[in-house]
Design a protein around this ligand. Structure first.
Ligand code: AP5
Length: 214
């Protein structure tokens, strides 16, 4: 089973991809996470991506397409994958079609998490992640059971993303509407686009997704 999760910054793609990964044994491929790892490692790709990401822009299509193509070839993708944050431009969507045809793979569902932009700033600025296992939390909407302790690994160190501030979120939302939202029409025309109500509570969104995927 191979999925694409679409939606603006803060829609819940990462939150829901982590849950789908656990329930269905398919791997989350987040281009944002891959780029952040490249930035942290100081690689050439990371150096090229850092400033663009901090300004809320999009990294070049060529770099992203090469990165995702080699990632899909890895063994842990054989059971299926969830594309989170890719494709993000029409050239990326077209390159994905060619790449998957070459690899003999197909996408089963493209799912848009539908949300109101106005609510996304609060979601993004309240987000934090466990430094140990990457589990995602929110100051208000998704607190750990014990304050300051990760539910999943017991870790007590957390990080916030460099691009999770109100100013950058607005640039990221603009980039989404200008360059990513047009892809929805592309998938609608192909007939495999579905939507879930992303303003519902996190567990309700998970149920909607399980209904489509399961
Ligand atoms: P990326 O890491 O992909 O960020 P994004 O698309 O901006 O998405 P986010 O991770 O911010 O949001 P999300 O939908 O995953 O929300 P989450 O589940 O965490 O990309 C970062 C940057 O990398 C880009 O700006 C770009 O520069 C570059 N990049 C990446 N891919 C690229 C590509 N393909 N091409 C070019 N450049 C690329 O939820 C947010 C918060 O809300 C969480 O705290 C969560 O707890 C909470 N929450 C989630 N759902 C709900 C709910 N239903 N109700 C209440 N709270 C909720």
């Amino acid at each position: 089973m191979n999925l694409i999760l679409m939606g603006p910054p803060g829609a819940g793609k990462g939150t829901q991809a982590q849950r789908l990964e656990k329930k269905f044994g398919i791997i989350q491929l987040s281009t944002g996470d891959m780029l952040r790892a490249a930035v942290a490692s100081g690689s050439d790709l990371g150096k090229q991506a850092k400033e663009i990401m901090e300004a809320g822009g999009l990294v070049s299509d060529d770099l992203i397409i090469a990165m995702i193509s080699s990632r899909i070839d890895e063994d842990d993708c054989k059971n299926g994958f969830i594309l989170d944050g890719f494709p993000r431009t029409t050239p990326q969507a077209e390159a994905l079609d060619v790449m998957l045809k070459d690899k003999g793979i197909q996408i089963d569902h493209v799912i848009e998490i539908e949300v109101d932009d106005d609510a996304m700033v609060a979601r993004i600025t309240g987000r934090y992640t466990c430094s140990g296992c990457g589990a995602g939390y929110h100051d208000e909407f998704q607190k750990p059971a014990t304050e300051g302790v990760c539910d999943q690994c017991g870790g007590t160190e957390f990080t916030r993303r460099a691009d999770d501030n109100a100013e950058t979120v607005r640039s990221r939302l603009d980039a989404y509407h200008d360059q990513t939202a047009p892809i929805l029409a592309y998938y609608k025309e192909k007939g495999n686009l579905k939507g879930v109500e992303g303003m519902a509570a996190i567990d309700d969104v998970t149920e909607q997704l399980n209904g489509i995927v399961g």
